[in-house]
Design a protein around this ligand. Sequence first.
Ligand code: FMN
Length: 177
Amino acid sequence: MHVAIVYESLFGNTRQIAEAIGEGVRQSHPGADVDCLQVQEANPDLVESADLLVVGGPTHMRGMTSRMSRKAGLHAIEKEADELKSHHEPEEGAEGPGVREWFRRLPKTHDKLHAAAFDTRAAAPMSGGAARGIARKLRHHGYELVSEPQGFVIEDAEGPLRDGELARAKAWGAALN
Ligand SMILES: Cc1cc2nc3c(=O)[nH]c(=O)nc-3n(C[C@H](O)[C@H](O)[C@H](O)COP(=O)(O)O)c2cc1C
């Protein structure tokens, strides 16, 4: 079984969730070949052959990130660095395209391959979530969703993740087929 987990992350929280999902998949499918790929490393030919494709990203403006929202996020990191003299390094590749742009490069599948979507988001009541939009794009690309879109909660815009979310991500990954 080949599993590809593709994630986008500005501050590292979505990467941590993606890695925990990967651990869960490896636990429940010990022979599986699991690739956990930052969106810019995820060449469509690496992903096309996957029996299960899991895609996740941060929630920005109540949905999937955009070029503008990522710019705003990176600007906030720079501003914080100037004001507080502390520096929260953006994730490698944070300046580049995100999941929304990546879907434009992903060919449609006609094999009804399995897929699942996740996001990271704030706990606030109107916070929205990116996972539904990601799930919609997966469906439009011909994938069959094997789980409800999942949101994993952060305590603040830059993290950390809420206690227990990594364990929940691992369990969610373990249950994917
Ligand atoms: C520009 C911007 C807009 C955001 N908008 C939302 C939002 O509408 N709802 C929400 O739950 N979180 C929002 N957040 C917080 C992100 O969800 C949070 O930064 C992200 O989950 C952290 O994941 P990452 O470390 O992988 O980037 C926003 C963050 C940024 C930078």
